[in-house]
Ligand binder design. Structure first.
Ligand code: PGA
Length: 252
């Protein structure tokens, strides 16, 4: 089996302004030749996608959106942005099913799967997020909850997709699971993925997300089955995000 190429994605959420796009050039300068060994993706707010694509041009960095419509065809859907539009402005990835959308916008697994399918139809690579809440983990349900989310949120497609395991309680917190817990759930993700996409699960990248920082990145990247990270807060400043990227053993 070919080794899975590491991928580190930054999710700016609803932070930053046009001026923040200067971080893209700074990031490129700081990570240097590492772009040859790993995929680096930045997901700015939708309003800045096209400008971010322009800023990233020729730098070996890819741009992604944070959400997309589940509708494949153009439609009267005020406020929504289609996967086709995201692809049209030159972005290559899209996050779907982030817990802030599952919780704050009542998005369930079926909708997340439709969004991932729409992304694939448009030629984008979806980053499908899954993860248990604090209550579910305390009740010993982390593995079963994540397994069900993976099975129900992943389209049975031959196209490339990425899974991000993001325990809800670790997002925007100061806490992460232990390395053993991360390894366990990454194993669960890959097994559940195999139920949907078969042997291609082995080649599918599974990221960890939730409070990844320059101080814990190297340890998280060393965990078996972790192919990279989805980073929130620490991706907003090039120095922090570069420090995380350079903490990956594949980086140079
Ligand atoms: P965080 O966010 O790194 O700020 O915890 C991660 C995410 O929501 O993807």
């Amino acid at each position: 089996m070919a080794a899975r190429r590491p991928l580190i994605a930054g999710n700016w959420k609803m932070f930053g302004r046009r001026a923040s796009l200067a971080e893209i050039g700074a990031l490129s300068a700081q990570v240097g030749g590492s772009v040859a060994a790993l995929d680096i993706v930045l997901c700015p707010p939708a309003a800045y996608l096209e400008a971010a694509v322009a800023a990233a041009l020729g730098k070996g960095l890819a741009i992604g959106a944070q959400d997309c419509s589940p509708a494949i065809e153009d439609a009267a859907r005020t406020g929504e942005v289609s996967a086709a539009m995201i692809a049209d402005v030159g972005a290559r990835y899209v996050i779907v099913g982030h817990s802030e959308r599952r919780t704050g916008h009542a998005e369930g697994n079926a909708l997340v799967r439709d969004k991932a399918s729409a992304a694939i139809s448009a030629g984008l690579i979806p980053i499908v997020c899954v993860g248990e809440t604090r209550e579910q983990r305390s009740a010993g349900q982390a593995a079963t909850v994540v397994a069900a989310q993976v099975r129900e949120s992943t389209p049975a497609s031959d196209a490339e997709l990425i899974i991000a395991y993001e325990p809800v309680w670790a997002i925007g917190a100061q806490a992460t699971p232990s390395v053993e817990e991360i390894a366990e759930i990454h194993g669960v993700v890959r097994e559940s993925l195999a139920d949907i996409i078969g042997a291609r699960a082995t080649a599918t990248r599974v990221l960890y997300g939730g409070s990844v920082s320059p101080s814990n990145a190297a340890e998280i990247f060393s965990v078996h089955g972790v192919d990279g990270a989805l980073v929130g807060r620490a991706s907003l400043k090039a120095t922090d995000f570069a420090a995380i990227i350079l903490g990956h053993p594949a980086a140079k």
